[in-house]
Design a protein around this ligand. Structure first.
Ligand code: GCO
Length: 416
C-alpha cells in the first residue's frame, strides 16, 4: 500500500474565479456590451452572476472552512478605472476589503489584474491592438498595486495571455477576417464607437500585433507592480496546450507548440513564476487539430477527460522557462461530481510526480470555486466545487469541495 503523498510545506491550495464571471453587473466592461448585442456568440448575459461583489465575505469564509489556504480572484479594471485616467478609490477599497477578508481567514490572495474583461473605453481606443495599451495597462496596475500591494500574496498580470492565439488556431474562435463579415461584430463596433477593423477586445485580439502588445503590456505591468509596492511574486498565466501528435502530425504539432505555447513561455524572463492553466490534451493531424478520439469520455465543454494534461504542461513550462509554477487553473465542467473528484485526483497525481522529480510547483488552484458565467457559453457548464442557485444566490457545497478541502488541510493525498 502506498503512503499518502505529502506536499511541501506552504503549498498553496486554492480555488479560482474571475471578476466578470462571478461578481455580477460588470456593466462598464467590454464583455457586458458584447453579451447584449443581439446574435453575438454569448448565449445569455451575465446579469447578477454569483453576486460575489456583495457576497465575497461569505464565500471566502466558506472556502476557508472547507480547508483552502489560497484564493485566486481578479480585480476588475473596468470598475477601478471607469473612464481613462479616472480611478475609483471606493472600488479600490472594495478590493482592499476582499484582501483583508482573505487574510482574516488565513488565505493567501492570488490577484489577477486582467482576466479577459477590459473597460469599454479601452476598446473604443483600439483595445488590445493599440500601441498605447501597454502603458494604459501599466498605469492601472501601478495605481492598484500602490493601493493594495501590502495585502497581495501573489499577482498574475494577464490571464491566459495566449487565449486568442489558442482560439483561432484551434478553431473555436473565428478569424478576424470572418468576424468582420458578421453582423453582431459590426453592431458591437458601433456600440464602442470604433471601426470594425479596429475593434479588439482581449479574447478576439489574435493578430501578431496583438500578441506583441499583450506581451509588452505584461512586461510593463510587472515593472509597474514591482515599482509600486510589495514583496510578492509576479507572473503571467497561460492556457498551455498539451499538444499530442496523431498519425503524421509531428511537424504540425511542433509548429503549434511553438505558436501557442513557446512564443509566450520564451518571453517571461524576469518573472517570478509562470501560471499554468490546463484542462485537456489536444491532438493534431498533419494539418489540423483533430476532434476528440473515439471512445474517450467528454466533459460538458466537449473536451476529452484528460487530467494528465496538467503534468505534461507543468513539465513543458518548467523546461521552457526554468521558473517556478503555480497551477492557476485546472478543473472540469461536469454534472457528475464523482467524475470531478476523479479528475482532480489524477491531476494532483501529476503534480505529485512533478514535485517528486524536484520541479518547483508552488500551488494548485482549482477552477472554479463556484459554478459561474462561462463566457459565451453562459451558465450551462458547471466547473464549480460549490453550486449556486441563481435565483436565490444560495450556495451548496458539492462533495468534491469537501474532498479537495480535506486534501488541502492535510497537505497530502492518498496515491493510487
Ligand atoms: C479560461 C479562463 C476561465 C474559464 C475556465 C474554464 O481558461 O478561459 O481563465 O475564465 O472560465 O478556463 O473554461
Amino acid at each position: 500500500m502506498n503512503s499518502p503523498f505529502q506536499f511541501p510545506e506552504g503549498f498553496l491550495w486554492g480555488t479560482a474565479t474571475a471578476a466578470h464571471q462571478v461578481e455580477g453587473n460588470n456593466v462598464n466592461s467590454d464583455i457586458w456590451v458584447l453579451e447584449h448585442i443581439p446574435d453575438s456568440p454569448y448565449v445569455e448575459p451575465s446579469g447578477d452572476a454569483c453576486d460575489h461583489y456583495h457576497r465575497y465575505q461569505g464565500d471566502i469564509t466558506l472556502l476557508a472552512e472547507l480547508g483552502f489556504n489560497a484564493y485566486r480572484f481578479s480585480m476588475e479594471w473596468a470598475r477601478i478605472e471607469p473612464e481613462e485616467g479616472e480611478f475609483s478609490r471606493a472600488i479600490l477599497e472594495h478590493y482592499r476589503d476582499m484582501l483583508r477578508a482573505c487574510h482574516e481567514h488565513g488565505i493567501t490572495p492570488i490577484v489577477t489584474f486582467h482576466h479577459f474583461s477590459s473597460p469599454r473605453w479601452l476598446i473604443s481606443r483600439g483595445g488590445w491592438e493599440d500601441k498605447k495599451t501597454p502603458d494604459r495597462f501599466a498605469r492601472y496596475c501601478e495605481r492598484a498595486a500602490r493601493h493594495l500591494g501590502d495585502l497581495i500574496g501573489a499577482a498574475c498580470t494577464i490571464n491566459e495571455a495566449n487565449i486568442a492565439s489558442v482560439g483561432t488556431r484551434m478553431g473555436f474562435m473565428p478569424s478576424r477576417k470572418k468576424l468582420k463579415e458578421r453582423r453582431w461584430w459590426l453592431e458591437a463596433a458601433e456600440a464602442f464607437g470604433v471601426s470594425p477593423k479596429k475593434m479588439s477586445p482581449f479574447m478576439y485580439a489574435s493578430s501578431s500585433k496583438a500578441e506583441r502588445i499583450t506581451l509588452r503590456a505584461h512586461r510593463r505591468a510587472v515593472e509597474a507592480i514591482k515599482s509600486a509596492s510589495g514583496n510578492f511574486p509576479v507572473g503571467i498565466t497561460l492556457a498551455l496546450q498539451d499538444i499530442q501528435a496523431g498519425e503524421g502530425g509531428e511537424e504540425f504539432a511542433a509548429q503549434m507548440r511553438k505558436e501557442i505555447n513557446d512564443v509566450y513561455l520564451e518571453s517571461l524572463q524576469g518573472d517570478d513564476f509562470v501560471g499554468v492553466q490546463a484542462y485537456h490534451r489536444s491532438r493534431v493531424g498533419p494539418t489540423e487539430f483533430l476532434p476528440p478520439e473515439e471512445g474517450v469520455e467528454l466533459t460538458e465543454m466537449g473536451y476529452e477527460f484528460w487530467p494528465e494534461s496538467l503534468e505534461a504542461t507543468i513539465r513543458y513550462a518548467v523546461d521552457k522557462t526554468g521558473l517556478p509554477v503555480i497551477v492557476t487553473e485546472n478543473g472540469i465542467a461536469t454534472a457528475d461530481d464523482a467524475r470531478r473528484i476523479e479528475y482532480v485526483r489524477r491531476a494532483l497525481q501529476g503534480v505529485a510526480n512533478c514535485l517528486r522529480d524536484g520541479l518547483a510547483v508552488r500551488g494548485y488552484t482549482y477552477w472554479s470555486a463556484m459554478d459561474n458565467y462561462e463566457w459565451s457559453l453562459g451558465y450551462r457548464p458547471t466547473f464549480g466545487l460549490i453550486a449556486v442557485d441563481r435565483e436565490t444566490q444560495e450556495r451548496t457545497v458539492k462533495p468534491s469541495a469537501r474532498w479537495l478541502g480535506a486534501v488541502a488541510r492535510a497537505n497530502a493525498f492518498d496515491r493510487v
